[in-house]
Write a protein of this length. Structure first.
Length: 263
C-alpha cells in the first residue's frame, strides 16, 4: 500500500473512531428498543431523560380526537415530533387519526377505556393494556411499547403487569397545566406554564381530548420558542436513546430529574 493510501486510510479510521465516540456519548449507537428493554428490567417508571442534551419529549394523552389533524399540522410546521398516549377505544374508532399520529412521532398505550388501573383485578388490567396494544398494532403495524397509566395512577402490581406485556411505564416531570384546573386554562396560560417549566431532558404532560383544544393553539405559540432556546421536540423513544436517564436516579422518581444541558 502506498504511503498516500496509508495516510488516507488512517484518516478514515480516525473519522470513524470520532463518530463512534460521539454515538457512545449521545446514545446514537443504541436502538430505542434496546434502551426501553433495559429500562423495563429496572422495574421503575421513567419520568425524564438525562438532561444532558438539547432534547425534550412532548407527550399528548387521551387521543385521538377531532383535534388530532390540527395538532399534527402544528407539529409538522414546527419540525416537532411527539408521543401520543392513545385510548384504545378512541383509536379503534379513528384509525386514520392513529396513522397521522404514528407518522408525527409514535403511539403509546393509555389503556383501552381510561380507568384507574390500581382498582382493577389483574385480568382486567391485562385486558385494558392488551386490547389497546392490539388495536394500535392492527392499524399501524407497530405494537406500543410505552405505557402511561390513566390519571398517572399506578402501583408495583400495575407496573409489573405492564412490564410483562413489554411496556415501559412513562410518567412525566413537567406538567403543562393544560388540564390542572376546574376549567381549561387559556392558551396564553399554557404557554406561560410551558415557558417556565420546560427544560432539557423533560417529559412534558399535555392533552388532546375534547376538553382542552386550547393546547393546540398553545403549541403553535410555544414550539417556535422551544426552537429559539435550542431545544428539539422528540419522541420519548428518541429521548431515551439520545439522552437516557441515569438509572441510579430512577428509584427517586421525579426527584431524580435534573437538567444539566446548557446552550
Amino acid at each position: 500500500m502506498s504511503r498516500r493510501r496509508v495516510i488516507v486510510f488512517a484518516g478514515v479510521l480516525a473519522i470513524a473512531a470520532t463518530a463512534a465516540a460521539v454515538r457512545a456519548v449521545t446514545g446514537q449507537g443504541r436502538s430505542a428498543r434496546t434502551e426501553i428493554r433495559e429500562l423495563i428490567a429496572t422495574g421503575y417508571p421513567v419520568y425524564c431523560g438525562g438532561g444532558t442534551g438539547p432534547y425534550v419529549a412532548l407527550t399528548f394523552d387521551d387521543g385521538p380526537t377531532r383535534w388530532t389533524p390540527r395538532l399534527v399540522r402544528v407539529l409538522h410546521a414546527n419540525g416537532a415530533r411527539a408521543t401520543f398516549f392513545e385510548v384504545g377505544r378512541k383509536a379503534a374508532a379513528r384509525p386514520n387519526f392513529v396513522q397521522l399520529e404514528a407518522e408525527a412521532g409514535e403511539v403509546g398505550d393509555h389503556s383501552w377505556s381510561h380507568p384507574s388501573l390500581p382498582g382493577l383485578p389483574n385480568p382486567k388490567v391485562v385486558g385494558e393494556l392488551e386490547l389497546q396494544q392490539n388495536a394500535v398494532q392492527r392499524i399501524t403495524g407497530e405494537r406500543p411499547n410505552l405505557f402511561r397509566p390513566p390519571f398517572g395512577a399506578r402501583d408495583a402490581r400495575v407496573d409489573s403487569i405492564a412490564a410483562g406485556l413489554g411496556l415501559l411505564d412513562v410518567l412525566w416531570n413537567i406538567d403543562s397545566g393544560d388540564a390542572s384546573e376546574a376549567s381549561t386554562p387559556s392558551s396564553a396560560q399554557i404557554v406561560r406554564d410551558l415557558t417556565e417549566r420546560v427544560r432539557a431532558g423533560g417529559i412534558v404532560l399535555l392533552h388532546e381530548d375534547e376538553t382542552v383544544p386550547r393546547t393546540v393553539d398553545a403549541m403553535r405559540q410555544f414550539l417556535p420558542e422551544l426552537r429559539r432556546r435550542g431545544l428539539h421536540a422528540v419522541t420519548v423513544s428518541d429521548l431515551l436513546r439520545l439522552d437516557p436517564p441515569n438509572q441510579q436516579e430512577l428509584p427517586n422518581g421525579e426527584g431524580g430529574c435534573n437538567s444539566s444541558w446548557h446552550r
